[in-house]
Design a protein. Sequence first.
Length: 231
Amino acid sequence: MISKYRRLFKGEEEEGHFWPAFTDLLTIILLCFVLIFIIMMVIKSFQIEEMKRTIDQIMGVRVNIVEDLNEEFGDSSLGIEVDGKTGAIIFNTDILFEYDDTVLKPEAFQFLDEFVPAYLDVLLEKGYENYISEIIIEGHADRDGGYLYNLNLSQERAFSVAEYVLSDDFPYKNIQPALKEKLTVNGKSHSVGRTDEDGNYSAKASRRVEFKFRLKDEEILDKTRELLEGK
């Protein structure tokens, strides 16, 4: 009988030793997870700061490009407008085309001969080339006529400009290879109209061609910035 109680007592004693040991093990595992979590958060914090610096650097490139474009064309006699936010170069299509036409005017060739080399000199020759993913020639029309008609008109006008600057007739053939790698041609129909100084729709201002640029991964960077800033 005594032997029986001794065995029972010994079993309880062993079980009592087991539970503290198991609790200690769980505590160690929990502490390991907490430590790993803290390390991961520290690493993530450094990564976020690095991402912010990278984004700021690339977004700063746009600011610098806009400044250089304004310096180049701000006082130009070519009748060019530089969008201070996006850096888009805007000029009325009257410079290039007759009303409702897609054939370049004779004087349009001289205009493009002066403008395009100066424009590409800013984008591709001042250290920005590695940041530029696209150079876009974009046509816009007024509201006269239907959407599809103006879509075709605006597309063909943009294509006419691209066709000339990439042709054998363009005098600055040295810039054509770099342009071919990045050039995109778009037509926007009358979807993005413009207004006059009083804020009223202007058909004349809406008929235009724009030269635009897109930075590499720009849309992704914009979205990343919004996420990082909690917007």
